[in-house]
Ligand binder design. Structure first.
Ligand SMILES: *[C@@H]1O[C@H](CO)[C@@H](O)[C@H](O)[C@H]1NC(C)=O
Ligand SMILES: *[C@@H]1O[C@H](CO)[C@@H](O)[C@H](O)[C@H]1NC(C)=O
Ligand SMILES: *[C@@H]1O[C@H](CO)[C@@H](O)[C@H](O)[C@H]1NC(C)=O
Ligand SMILES: [Zn+2]
Length: 470
């Protein structure tokens, strides 16, 4: 039905009845009611986005694109040829998709390679121990390190037993509490062990479930503490050695690691846009990281987040929608080394910080979406809550506290509203940074839902009359 066939008062009455118009006409004194009405006015667009992503032509597209990408390129460690290939691949794919301003922004990233690595228990019996060296670890001398093992379950126990640690390989068998709580053993296990004279450290993988796979990750040395080689071991081996030690059994391990750090490498953040039609300089940023660890396929961490972010722009473009502000996709590089790409991006673009409306990141998997985590002032939160109501057709309307993510934290700390995808990530740490992070973890139907959430929120915020209040 076309509006011009009706008299204006009649049309106005219809809009009133539909619940989507109010004091809209008093532009200068917009109340929250006005904003609510404005958001409500997006309900048919939101439905169209959801239909396209979940039921329509775009069904499974982000999954299919991701599968082709990870099957073609494989994993994408910073400094690797694979990451270079991945960036070229995405540059071409985003151009082919017809997005605007596809370009690469140079970033220097750490370049560490694990080389050959191997561990063998020699006493009480010979058994190979599966390891994954930790990012930035030094290697061992070519003949390896052979030493007795001291098993501890915490830093407290390590400090209490410090005199026993000298000359030993410290094995940490800390229980998994949560990633945030337990990851300190991966990050600082080597430093703490070196402080008490250990020659290497082996750390129980930071994983909530295990079928005998080690999980890698970044670790940090300190300048005033000797560097010792460090790797993760499977939960099963950490527990076995803890049992042996508790029986008073002597354990000896030989460890060989060929790990090396090379000079920083050239890499890029990959950017594409739908340029805003009214305020092109103002930006809603959607993002995930393109780099991964050098094991598995990096399909979950963070292939899923990167590809639903691309999908959000594809969907909006396919529907012929043109938001007032620019929608910008950023595929970060160097995330796994501590958000290296996003830090350089922030430094480069922070002079335009007042043009950043909302920064969004997905990096805890693309399982069943539960809603968004949001960081911003109460006024902005109230608006976001209304925007989430547009997702009623798929019943994903919750807005939680604490938007977070390595790649958007700088912006949020500087006051820019930020949102991260909250999904049912119970299984995330089963696969994270392990050989198990493959396409098999991903589910096309769930990626469709994630993409719908991402597209609706990013489009509506980019198209509203006003930026989110800070
Ligand atoms: C999407 O994936 C689901 C689950 O694998 C499948 O049942 C469905 O047919 C797929 N749809 C398309 C359009 O490929
Ligand atoms: C255990 O392994 C070491 C080193 O590989 C080897 O020298 C030794 O003979 C092995 N011992 C047994 C009992 O297999
Ligand atoms: C919608 O989601 C909520 C959880 O956010 C759940 O409790 C409720 O049962 C769901 N409703 C439907 C109709 O699926
Ligand atoms: Zn990640």
């Amino acid at each position: 039905m076309k509006l011009e066939y009706f008299s204006l008062p009649f049309a106005f009455a219809i809009l009133l009845l539909s619940g989507c118009i109010g004091k809209h006409i008093h532009k200068n004194v917009r109340t929250f009611e006005d904003i609510k009405k404005e958001i409500c006015g997006y309900s048919s667009i939101a439905s169209a986005i959801i239909d396209l992503a979940v039921h329509g032509k775009a069904q499974n597209r982000s999954y299919d694109r991701l599968a082709l990408f990870v099957d073609t390129i494989g994993n994408r460690m910073s400094g690797s040829k694979n990451l270079d290939l991945a960036i070229k691949y995405m540059y071409n794919a985003l151009q082919k998709d017809g997005l605007d301003n596809v370009h690469l922004e140079p970033v220097k990233v750490p370049h560490w390679e694990r080389g050959e690595e191997f561990a063998m228990m020699l006493e009480p019996r010979n058994q190979s121990i599966s390891i994954l060296g930790l990012g930035s670890s030094i290697g061992t001398p070519p003949q390896g390190i052979t030493a007795d093992v001291l098993v501890v379950t915490s830093f407290t126990e390590l400090h209490r037993r410090a005199p026993e640690a000298r000359g030993k390989i410290v094995v940490y068998n800390q229980p998994f509490v949560s990633y945030e709580e337990t990851v300190k053993y991966r990050s600082f296990g080597a430093v703490e062990a070196a402080k008490v004279g250990a020659v290497a450290s082996l750390i129980r993988s930071i994983a909530s479930f295990s079928i005998y796979s080690p999980h890698t990750g970044w670790q940090d040395y300190q300048t005033d503490v000797p560097k010792i080689p460090t790797a993760c071991i499977a939960v099963e081996d950490a527990e076995m050695m803890a049992r042996m030690a508790s029986r008073g059994t002597k354990i000896v391990i030989t460890l060989k690691m060929g790990a090396k750090t090379y000079p920083d490498a050239n890499s890029f953040n990959t950017v594409a846009e739908i340029v805003g039609n009214k305020y092109p300089e103002q930006v809603v940023l959607v993002s995930g990281h393109l780099d991964s660890w050098d094991v598995g396929q990096g399909a979950m961490d963070d292939g899923g987040g990167a590809f639903i972010s691309w999908e959000a722009l594809s969907i909006i473009k396919d529907l012929g929608l043109s938001p007032k502000r620019t929608l910008r996709l950023v595929l970060w590089t160097g995330e796994e080394q501590g958000g290296v790409g996003s830090r350089q991006y922030y430094e480069l673009h922070k002079e335009n910080i007042f043009d950043f409306d909302l920064v969004m990141e997905s990096d805890t998997g693309t399982f069943m979406p539960l809603g968004l985590q949001f960081t911003g002032r109460d006024k902005a939160r109230a608006i976001m809550k209304e925007v989430m109501m547009l997702l009623q057709p798929i019943n994903i309307t919750s807005l939680y506290e604490h938007g977070e993510g390595t790649d958007i934290d700088y912006w949020m700390e500087a006051g820019v509203p930020g949102a991260s995808l909250l999904d049912d990530f119970q299984k995330y740490f089963w696969f994270h940074h392990s050989q198990g992070d493959t396409m098999t973890v991903q589910d096309p139907a769930l990626m469709n839902l994630c993409a719908a959430v991402w597209a609706v929120v990013s489009y509506v915020i980019a198209d509203m009359e006003e930026m989110l209040p800070r």
